[in-house]
Design a protein around this ligand. Structure first.
Ligand code: ZN
Ligand code: CU
Length: 484
């Protein structure tokens, strides 16, 4: 029609929270060619699709700063646990764990790589380019920004993992890092807290991650220690960032174990001080329980442990370790050995620390959800609505604008995802429309895969991916690059 703008899609009558922490305002969003073409009053402009957002918030699609969705994107391209929360981009490959480069065939998949696939079938990508090409050939409903994992490199490059890498092995891993970054990985992650990477020295990590500087990548880490030696681990992380000249991200920042409860004022002060001289980011999930593979060393530190899966004893999924020990008529320590390989949820954090970390200016929201666990930690399905509904609306920990910023604008800025995380003209049209009055997580430790409430419509690259409580089948997800 002449003299009248036409759009692919218009969001009408929205209250816009734009992802920058600016106060909300009323407006309409015109989408064309996968981008936000116009923001403001659109009047008589027409569109192929109109979405009425009366009484609802329109925000940038949420970015999950910390995920293990590398395989989920391929095996379950609706990515339901995330799409149902309004997440439109996931950062994958965290904690040193990524699908590429494929491990050498040493037999069973070493924990914690088994968090992605315990059978090993999905560890079939010779390099990051191969992974990326498959994801682009069979896109998911949401976008991915991918880290490559140092632990995966180690398993692929070394015949045994209980030692530091030799110069030849370091050279091979550095080649893997280079291949990954050249093919579009946004950075490298480490997980020195886990046995397969625990013997990696700081020097090994710096040597392997050398290409980060050249490619403008970033360094994310599940630090060597998050309990008694957390400060030393933070210093190691900052030192690695300085040696490489790259930004660092401290993954799932927390103070583990009763003896370390209440240390978050000190750890946050250390981050604040370090930020004056180098870029540091961090993410956090909104729960006092953590989750990973079943580990003997977590026994003492946890007030309660729930088994999430067990290969030899699948019947124990969802059962407390105390009950498992009773049924097997053995000590908890022996029960841990008897049911491994397995996964668990550990109640070992302090609510006040969690709140303080969530509240901190530079903290992004990341779920750390484990999508292949039989009875996963509820963070997989609940993280984002829980921050919006429980922590922001009900507990008033911070305003809605700040909550949205921590899951959009801040995250895009930290990871260098240009044109994402903000509602601005020219930005990519990733939009989440939700009801601020009712949004809330529904997954809990008893019903851990219940979809959240209050997420109305989710738009990914201009296409509606979630509506009326279900996925539409749209597969508009892209693999995102980092612009340093
Ligand atoms: Zn981790
Ligand atoms: Cu993780």
């Amino acid at each position: 029609m002449p003299n009248q703008e036409h759009y692919d899609l218009i969001v009408r009558n929205a209250t816009i929270v734009d992802g920058t922490r600016a106060p909300r305002y009323s407006g309409e969003i015109g989408v064309r060619g996968g981008r936000i073409a116009k923001l403001g009053a659109l009047g008589k402009a027409g569109a192929s699709i109109e979405v009425d957002a009366s009484g609802l918030i329109a925000a940038p699609g949420f970015i999950d700063a910390h995920t293990h969705d590398d395989r989920l994107l391929l095996s379950d391209p609706d990515v339901m646990p995330k799409l149902s929360q309004g997440v439109t981009t996931v950062v994958t490959g965290n904690c040193g764990i990524s699908l590429a480069h494929s491990p050498a065939p040493h037999g069973a998949i070493t924990p914690p790589l088994d968090l992605l696939d315990s059978d090993g079938h999905w560890f079939r990508f010779p390099g990051f380019r191969a992974y990326r090409e498959e994801l682009e050939a069979r896109p998911a409903a949401i976008n991915a920004a991918c880290l490559a994992g140092h632990t995966t490199f180690r398993v692929a490059a070394m015949d045994r993992l209980d030692r530091a890498a030799t110069p030849a092995e370091i050279a091979r891993m550095r080649e893997m890092a280079r291949e990954s970054l050249a093919a579009g990985a946004i950075g490298i992650s480490t997980g020195t807290a886990y046995p397969p990477a625990a013997c990696a020295t700081t020097e090994e990590i710096v040597e392997v991650c050398q290409p980060l500087g050249e490619f403008g990548g970033l360094y994310a880490t599940h630090m060597r220690n998050e309990d008694d030696r957390i400060t030393e681990s933070m210093e190691e992380t900052f030192g690695i960032g300085r040696a490489l000249g790259v930004p660092v991200v401290i993954s799932h920042h927390k103070c583990v174990g009763t003896a370390n409860h209440g240390r978050s004022p000190a750890t946050l002060a250390l981050i604040e001080k370090t930020l004056r001289t180098q870029p540091v980011g961090l993410d956090c999930y909104p729960y006092i329980a953590s989750s990973t593979v079943l580990r003997y060393d977590r026994l003492e530190q946890s007030s309660r442990i729930i088994i999430t899966w067990s290969k030899p004893h699948p019947e124990f999924s969802g059962v407390d370790l105390g009950e498992v020990a009773r049924r097997l008529q053995m000590t908890k320590a022996d029960a841990v050995e008897a049911i491994k390989p397995a996964g668990a949820i550990y109640f070992m954090l302090d609510e006040q620390d969690v709140r303080r970390i969530l509240q901190y200016d530079h903290t992004m929201i990341g779920s750390d959800g484990l999508p292949h666990d039989a009875r996963p930690h509820p963070r997989l399905w609940g993280t984002f609505p829980r921050v919006l509904g429980h922590y922001s609306r009900d507990l008033k920990l911070f305003p809605l604008e700040t909550a949205v910023y921590k899951m959009t604008g801040l995250t895009a800025k930290t990871f260098g995802l240009r044109g994402r995380g903000v509602l601005q003209e020219g930005a990519h049209a990733d939009i989440t429309i939700f009801d601020a009055a009712t949004v809330i997580d529904a997954a809990d430790f008893e019903h851990s895969t219940r979809p959240a409430c209050g997420i109305a419509t989710v738009i990914v690259n201009g296409e509606i991916a979630w509506r009326d409580g279900r996925p539409t089948g749209a597969r508009a997800g892209c693999v995102l690059q980092r612009s340093a």
